[in-house]
Design a protein around this ligand. Sequence first.
Ligand code: AMP
Length: 280
Amino acid sequence: MKVVKTIKELRQLLPEGKSKGKTVGFVPTMGALHRGHLSLVQRCKKECGATVVSVFVNPTQFNDKADLERYPRTLEADVQLLQAAGCDVVFAPDEREIYPSPDTRVFDFGLLEKVMEGERRPGHFNGVAQVVSRLFDAVKPDCAYFGEKDFQQVAIVREMVRQLELPVEIVRCPIVREPDGLAMSSRNALLTPEKRAAAPLIAKTLFAAVDKVCSVDLPTLKQFVADAINASEHLRLDYFEVVCARTLQPVASLNDDCSKQACIAVYAGEIRLIDNVRLT
Ligand code: AMP
């Protein structure tokens, strides 16, 4: 496995594989890797000739400076995990490599970015699009792997690929959870023991919502989720939305004729956790 820090080094490595007819698969990450990330790497390895993983904490997607500052950075351990996972190339650039000058591009994702994370985290998806498009330009992947954990992000990246007409297939991978149900996240490492002990209630409540969906209406379901989460002194509901899985727009009723996704964001102290589940 090679670890490179510059686009120049990356460009020297990649044509080798391409000329042998290998497909290049890409997994963008912000590091502090866990089994969720590694599931993307495994899928990529299975489907592509060469696997590139980037580790870069992208400042432009953080709307909260404190969140950026405390974000865990564990490059050495990440490199070891990626080596063991059979990754071929780790791309770990510094900020100047990705942004030699400020990225002033403004994307327009329409209604996709007006809800949930986009609504609560102004500029977040613009920053995601900036970094993903730059990373795609550096790696030139045939396929790129994204986790459903960030459900809205996958939709945004797909829309960005469509708008920019990029020749990249976006592959969506299922959420990997801790044994107690908590969706794996690099931010879980930042939870105090009390908050960590309370956090599985998020997934538990989502799964309970799935069980209820046929027997209650939407306002009742929303109230049930809000009450269940806020009953914990360690958790505070930011939002719970039932959206159409394709358009990400909130449904008016649970009887709406579309595939529905239940999406949630919860504060555990300062740490904001997200999760989602297919409803129907
Ligand atoms: P991040 O490092 O948080 O930017 O995540 C990098 C990629 O890993 C994104 O596509 C995430 O959606 C994905 N990912 C993060 N956590 C999980 C998880 N628990 N299960 C599956 N994919 C995940």
